[in-house]
Design a protein around this ligand. Structure first.
Ligand code: ACM
Ligand code: ZN
Length: 562
C-alpha cells in the first residue's frame, strides 16, 4: 500500500513539469482505493449529465459544486455528454462512491447523499485550492485520469463543539460544519448545556434563556477567584437549531445534541433553584471545573423538567442518538439531601463493591431518561461514567477518560464511541512552547499523536464491532474567539479524519504530512485559521492580527492573550 501511495505522489510530481498540470494527489482522508493513470481531463466548460434518478438533496449538493466550478473557471458547464456524469449506483453502500476519470470524461457514482458528498469533496481536493473560493482562477484546470473506489472505515465520524463555556454564533457553527464536510465527517456533537451557560431555547421554561444563558463574568485564566465582571452568554432559538440541523443534513451530517445531566447543571439551578438539593441560591458559574451542585435526583419535579426539555429537544433534532451527558456528577449533595436519601431508600439502593448507593442513584436517573427516550424511538449516548454501576441494554458509551471506557463497554456488550482525551481532546496544546501559543487548558496533543491513534487498540477482537467510531472533542473554557477555535481544530481534525476514514494499512504519516501543504492552501482560500506547529511555526503568529481596538477589547476581556 505504501508503495502504491509513493507511486501516486511520484506521478503527481512527474506530471508537474508538463502543462497543464494536475494537482499532486493529496486528498485527505486518503481514499481506500486509488489508481492513477496517464492522461488529463480538462475541467473548464466540460459538459454535465445528471442521472434523473438522483435524489433532490444529492442533486442540490452536486449543483452547488458545479456552479462553484463555473464561478472559478469563468465558463458555463453546459448539459451534455463526454464530461461529468453523475450516476446512481444502487450497488454502492450509503457512504461509498466511485470516481473514474478517463478519455470518456468524469463519472461519479454513489447510491445516496453521503456518497455523492464525499465524491464531490474528493474531486474538489483534486483541483487547485482556488476551487474553494469565489475569485476567478486560471482556467486550465485538469483532473488526472484516475479510478477511485472509496468508503469509510467507521460509520461514526464525529466532531464535538462546546458552545456553553464560550458561545458560537449560528454562522460560526455552520463554518465548523463546512470544514467537517471537507474532511468527510458525519456527526456533529453539540454540547448545548453546561454550568456556565444553557444554550437551547425551551418554550416551556423561558428562564433557561432569560437567566441560565447568561453569566455575570468569566474567570481570568486559572485565577479561580477572579472574574472579568463582563456579562457573557447567548442561546440558540429553536428555529436556529432547526436551521443548523438542515444545514448539516444537506452535507450528510447528523447533529447529536447533548443535554448534560444530572451534573453540569448549575446554569439551570440559577434559574430554577428548587431543582437543586439545597435550594440555592445559585448563580450561573463563572469559573471552570466540576461543580458540587447538581440536579436533585430525589425530586420528581426534576424528571418532569428533564422530560419536558427532552420532548422539545427531540422535536428539533431528528437524530436517533441523543447525548445525555452523565460525566462528572459529584455525589456530595445527594449524600446530604433528605429527598435524595428518601429516593435511595424507596428504590432499595445499596452500596456494593466500590459502587455507592448514590452512584446507583445516578444509574437510576440514566435508566429513567433512557427509558423515556427509548419510548420515543431514540437511543442514548452517555460519557463513560454511565458504566459505573448498572446500565440498561442499548446505551452507547462515549469513552473520554482514555480508552478504558471503550474497552469495558465493548466487553460488556455496549456500543462505544472513542473520544479518548489523550488522543482527541483538541483543547490541549499543539506545541511544546506554551508561551508561544494562546493560553490553554494544558495537555499536549501534537498532530502526530492524533494521527497515530488506533481505535481498536486494547479492544477484544470479538468486541470490535461495538466500536462505532471516533470523535474529537473541543471544549472551549479557554477558547473565546472563532480564530482561536479554528486554530485548535485545524489541522488536527484532518489527522482525525484519517483515523476515522482510513483502514490502518492505508495510513501513512509522511504521505499525510506532504498532503497537508494542499490542505493549508485550501484553508487559506476558505479563510480558516490553523496551527502550523508541524511546519515549525508555532502559535500566536498564526492568529491574524486585529485592529488596535479589537486587540484592546480582547486583551481586557478575554481569558487568553494574543
Ligand atoms: C468530559 O470531558 N468531561 C466529558
Ligand atoms: Zn437531592
Amino acid at each position: 500500500m505504501k508503495n502504491r501511495i509513493l507511486l501516486i505522489l511520484a506521478l503527481g510530481a512527474a506530471v508537474a513539469c508538463s502543462k497543464p498540470q494536475p494537482q499532486p494527489f493529496s486528498v485527505i482522508p486518503m481514499p481506500a482505493d486509488v489508481t492513477l493513470s496517464e492522461g488529463l481531463f480538462p475541467v473548464k466548460g466540460a459538459p454535465v449529465r445528471m442521472d434523473s434518478g438522483i435524489d433532490e438533496a444529492s442533486a442540490a449538493y452536486i449543483d452547488t459544486f458545479l456552479r462553484q466550478l463555473e464561478t472559478v473557471t469563468g465558463k458555463t458547464l453546459p448539459e451534455g455528454d463526454g464530461g461529468f456524469r453523475f450516476l446512481v449506483n444502487p450497488n454502492l453502500a450509503t457512504e461509498q462512491y466511485a470516481i473514474n476519470v478517463n478519455d470518456k470524461g468524469v463519472s461519479v457514482e454513489a447510491s445516496a447523499l453521503n456518497g455523492f458528498v464525499y465524491a464531490v469533496e474528493t474531486l474538489k481536493q483534486m483541483l487547485p485550492a482556488e476551487v474553494y473560493g469565489t475569485a476567478k482562477a486560471r482556467a486550465d484546470w485538469v483532473l488526472p485520469y484516475v479510478s477511485i473506489l472509496d468508503q469509510p472505515r467507521f460509520g461514526y465520524r464525529g466532531m464535538h463543539l462546546d458552545p456553553s463555556r464560550h458561545f458560537w454564533s449560528i454562522d460560526e457553527v455552520k463554518r465548523y460544519i463546512d470544514v467537517m464536510t471537507a474532511y468527510k465527517l458525519n456527526r456533529f456533537h453539540w454540547h448545548l448545556t453546561d454550568d456556565q451557560g444553557w444554550r437551547m431555547e425551551v418554550k416551556k421554561y423561558p428562564r433557561l434563556t432569560e437567566v441560565s444563558a447568561w453569566r455575570d463574568g468569566t474567570v481570568i485564566k486559572k485565577d479561580w477567584d477572579s472574574s472579568d465582571g463582563i456579562r457573557y452568554g447567548g442561546f440558540y432559538t429553536q428555529d436556529e437549531m432547526r436551521e443548523v440541523v438542515a444545514y448539516a443534513a444537506a452535507r450528510g451530517i447528523t447533529v447529536i445534541p447533548e443535554i448534560d445531566l444530572p451534573g453540569h447543571m448549575v446554569a439551570v439551578l440559577a434559574a430554577y433553584p428548587e431543582l437543586g438539593c439545597t435550594g440555592g441560591p445559585y448563580e450561573v458559574w463563572q469559573r471552570w471545573g466540576v461543580a458540587e451542585d447538581v440536579l436533585c435526583a430525589g425530586n420528581e419535579d426534576v424528571y418532569i423538567f428533564l422530560e419536558d426539555v427532552l420532548e422539545e429537544l427531540i422535536d428539533i433534532f431528528p437524530s436517533e442518538y441523543i447525548h445525555i451527558g452523565g460525566d462528572e456528577c459529584p455525589k456530595d449533595r445527594w449524600a446530604a439531601c433528605p429527598k435524595c436519601q428518601a429516593k435511595i431508600k424507596a428504590l432499595k439502593l445499596k452500596d456494593h463493591g466500590n459502587i455507592s448507593k448514590e452512584q446507583e442513584l445516578q444509574c437510576y436517573v440514566t435508566a429513567r431518561i433512557q427509558a423515556f427516550l427509548n419510548g420515543r424511538g431514540r437511543r442514548i449516548i452517555g460519557w463513560d461514567e454511565i458504566l459505573e454501576g448498572d446500565l440498561a441494554e442499548g446505551a452507547t458509551v462515549m469513552s473520554w477518560r482514555g480508552v478504558d471506557g471503550g474497552i469495558e463497554a465493548s466487553k460488556r456488550g455496549f456500543d462505544a464511541i472513542m473520544t479518548p482525551n489523550g488522543y482527541v481532546y483538541f483543547d490541549y496544546y499543539q506545541g511544546l512552547e506554551r508561551d508561544k501559543e494562546p493560553f490553554g487548558i494544558g495537555g499536549y496533543l501534537p498532530i502526530e499523536k492524533v494521527y497515530g491513534y488506533e481505535p481498536f487498540e486494547g479492544i477484544d477482537p470479538e468486541a470490535q464491532d461495538h466500536i462505532l467510531g471516533v470523535q474529537a472533542n473541543l471544549w472551549t473554557e479557554y477558547i473565546a474567539t472563532p480564530e482561536h477555535l479554528e486554530y485548535m481544530l485545524l489541522p488536527r481534525m484532518c489527522a482525525l479524519s484519517e483515523v476515522q476514514w482510513c483502514e490502518p494499512e492505508n495510513k501513512d504519516f509522511d504521505r499525510f504530512n506532504a498532503s497537508l501543504d494542499h490542505t493549508f492552501r485550501m484553508l487559506d482560500v476558505m479563510g480558516y485559521t490553523y496551527c502550523l506547529d508541524i511546519r515549525g511555526k508555532v502559535g500566536l503568529d498564526r492568529i491574524p492580527a486585529r485592529t488596535e481596538d479589537d486587540l484592546k477589547v480582547y486583551m481586557e476581556t478575554k481569558d487568553w492573550q494574543w
